[in-house]
Structures are given as structure tokens and as C-alpha cells.
Design a protein around this ligand. Structure first.
Ligand SMILES: [Cu+2]
Length: 193
């Protein structure tokens, strides 16, 4: 009898937990390759900055990985692994040209760090090698995902609620749309250049 009561309690607890958060999933089409999808700024809500420092390497005259997505407030380490000097600079964060910055030029084996406090897409460039380009996407929330090569994406552990979803792709205009999460949510995008 007591055992049955415990099972029932656990079941109810399990169900209510399952209903409080879920995944946002969908497909981004219209452009080839990877996209980044994130939940835009939630009014009245802030998130503690993550402690981990993701690494963007400069290797073989390329930024690696080519696309990186982080939460706002994250410190990113930029490393040079080539035998030539590389530079790191960006001209804007999102539409904010005042957030442009030049980290300088440094040789192999060195690292420099920068904390990205503003949300938006950051095209990362090297003024020694104009053909080098990488992308850092700074999400205002911890709810973001990179799609696979076919455009399928899944954002995990999003609390129930109504949000604005933003999609970024290297060659397309940003798009946004509302999404409601109730134990899960769905949103597809069709991008245009
Ligand atoms: Cu370079």
C-alpha cells in the first residue's frame, strides 16, 4: 500500500517535470549547410555567464571551427596554431559597429581572449590573410543550437513559455519567429539570401 503510494508520487513528479521544459526542434531550409538557431532576449531575464572558454583555432590558414555559437557573456580564446602570424578582428557585433574590435596579431602557440558581452553575429577576420573568415554567434540566452548539414536542429531544456526564435546563416538574412514551448515546441524556417 505504501509502495503503491510512492510509485504514484514518483509518477506525478515525473510527469510535472516533463511538462516544465522541452526541446525546440525543426528544420532550416532554403540554404545549404549549417545554421544557428537561438532563443532571443527574454524580457526581464538574465543568465549567469558560462565559465568555460570555447576555443577558436587558427590552423591551416582557417578559423576552426568555422562557426561557433556561445551564450552572451562567454569568454572565447583565440589561438594561433600556424607557423605564420595571424590577426583577429571584427568590425561589428550584430548591427553594432561600435562593438568592432582588433585583438592584435600574434605568433604560433599564443592565445588571446575576449569576453563577448553583446549578442549578435560576429564575422571574425584576419587582416594578414583576407581570405580567412569565421563566425561567432553570441546568443542572448543559453538556449541555442547549431543545425546539422541538412538544417535539422534541436534546442534542449527550454522552459515552457513563449519566445522569439532567431536563425542565422552565413549567406542569408536573419529571420525570427515566435515559438511556444509546452513540453516541447517546433519551428521551421525557409531562408533567403
Ligand atoms: Cu591569418
Amino acid at each position: 500500500m505504501r509502495y503503491t503510494g510512492l510509485v504514484a508520487t514518483l509518477l506525478v513528479a515525473g510527469l510535472s517535470m516533463a511538462a516544465s521544459a522541452g526541446e525546440i526542434e525543426g528544420k532550416v531550409s532554403g540554404m545549404k549547410g549549417k545554421s544557428v538557431v537561438y532563443v532571443d532576449t527574454i524580457p526581464g531575464k538574465t543568465f549567469p555567464a558560462p565559465k568555460d572558454h570555447p576555443l577558436i583555432d587558427q590552423k591551416g590558414l582557417m578559423f576552426s571551427p568555422h562557426i561557433v555559437v556561445v551564450q552572451q557573456g562567454t569568454t572565447v580564446d583565440f589561438q594561433n596554431s600556424d607557423n605564420v602570424a595571424h590577426n583577429v578582428f571584427w568590425t561589428a557585433v550584430g548591427n553594432d559597429k561600435k562593438a568592432g574590435h582588433n585583438l592584435g596579431t600574434w605568433p604560433k602557440g599564443e592565445k588571446r581572449s575576449f569576453t563577448f558581452d553583446k549578442p549578435g553575429a560576429v564575422p571574425v577576420l584576419c587582416n594578414v590573410h583576407p581570405e580567412m573568415a569565421g563566425y561567432l554567434i553570441v546568443s542572448p540566452t543559453p538556449y541555442f543550437a547549431e543545425s546539422d548539414d541538412s538544417g535539422n536542429y534541436k534546442i534542449k531544456d527550454v522552459p515552457d513559455g513563449s519566445y522569439t526564435l532567431v536563425v542565422w546563416h552565413e549567406g542569408a538574412k536573419n529571420q525570427s519567429k515566435p515559438v511556444t514551448v509546452a513540453g516541447g515546441g517546433k519551428a521551421d524556417f525557409t531562408l533567403t539570401k
